[in-house]
Design a protein around this ligand. Structure first.
Ligand code: GLN
Length: 304
């Protein structure tokens, strides 16, 4: 398959959407990002990569970090984590409070903000230095020692993160957070602030495509069965209240973030990362979703 020309065709085909939507600005530091960047990187099992555009420019991975937090939380707690959160699609926004109130402080799934706040709490309880542990784990996953938090973005989010603070308070009220709220919010926003480029992100997601070679690092073990579960959760919950649409159009397990990144995998075949900051109303990258839809259509390589 001539993947490089497929990527080039896709880039041409998505140009009509180039000015639709805008970058996230509820996190002040993200409003400064140039909205017209576009990068994509496809990585095959044998390590071959095909990329285009700004695939080497780092961006804020935001909610994509929830998949890495889930990998750690599942390894630390095993099935116990399902006492503290569900594994059903939320059908609501990533920062919705309503459902959490109805469901008495049990987040619908780990890939919405409430779920990730609980996972941050688990990491704080279990690890002597969760901040260090998380970034080391992510560096190992993407095989890039210079990947780091962007503390300015994290501080910027914390300074206006009233909704996440409300979610954390509701969780605490229902005894689903054991540590201090400020500490949990700090770790959560730091995890979201990690910056990677498409090449690094596609490498980080290889562990979810290659379940025959379990990834191990510092007590985190992504066994075949854990990878199966994480992929299932990405498939059903990775795009908030647009998860059905992503499944329908693209047909891959994946995860998006409000920085405009999307990472997705085809088990035993490839991982793919795309970045374009302009978002739709649900908080997902418009060009990113379109590019992946065209990619699985033109290659006939979707899991369905
Ligand atoms: N840090 C962002 C928030 O909590 C992450 C949201 C996202 O990427 N969907 O709002």
């Amino acid at each position: 398959m001539d993947y490089q020309s497929i990527l080039e065709n896709i880039f041409r085909e998505i140009q009509p959407y180039a000015r639709e939507g805008r970058q996230a600005d509820y996190i002040p530091a993200l409003a400064e990002v140039d909205p017209d960047r576009f990068g994509i990187c496809l990585r095959l099992m044998d390590g071959q990569i095909f990329e285009l555009g700004d695939s080497l420019t780092r961006f804020s991975i935001q909610s994509i970090s929830k998949v890495f937090a889930l990998s750690i939380a599942i390894s630390l707690e095993g099935d116990e984590i399902w006492r503290r959160m569900g594994k059903e699609p939320s059908g609501s926004a990533f920062n919705s409070l309503v459902q959490l109130e109805y469901e008495k402080g049990i987040p619908r799934n780990p890939l919405i903000n409430a779920g990730a706040l609980v996972m941050a709490d688990i990491m704080i309880s279990r690890l002597p230095n969760p901040e260090e542990f998380f970034i080391e784990f992510v560096r190992k996953l993407c095989d890039s020692p210079s990947v780091d938090y962007n503390r300015r973005v994290a501080d910027s989010e914390l300074s206006t993160g009233y909704l996440n603070a409300a979610i954390a308070n509701l969780l605490k009220y229902h005894h689903n957070i054991n540590n201090g709220i400020d500490e949990v919010l700090r770790l959560y926003t730091l995890m979201c602030s990690v910056e990677m480029n498409c090449r690094e992100l596609s490498q980080a997601f290889m562990c979810f495509a290659k379940s025959n070679e379990p990834f191990r690092h510092g007590g985190v073990e992504l066994t075949k069965s854990r990878v199966k579960r994480i992929n299932a959760i990405m498939q059903t919950c990775g795009f908030y209240d647009e998860t059905g649409e992503f499944s329908f159009l693209v047909g891959l397990p994946g995860k998006s973030g409000v920085g405009g990144g999307i990472a997705a995998i085809y088990p035993s075949l490839y991982s793919i990362a795309v970045w374009s900051p302009r978002l739709n109303a649900k908080g997902n990258s418009i060009m990113g979703m379109k590019a992946l839809e065209l990619f699985t259509t033109e290659t006939s390589e979707s899991i369905f």
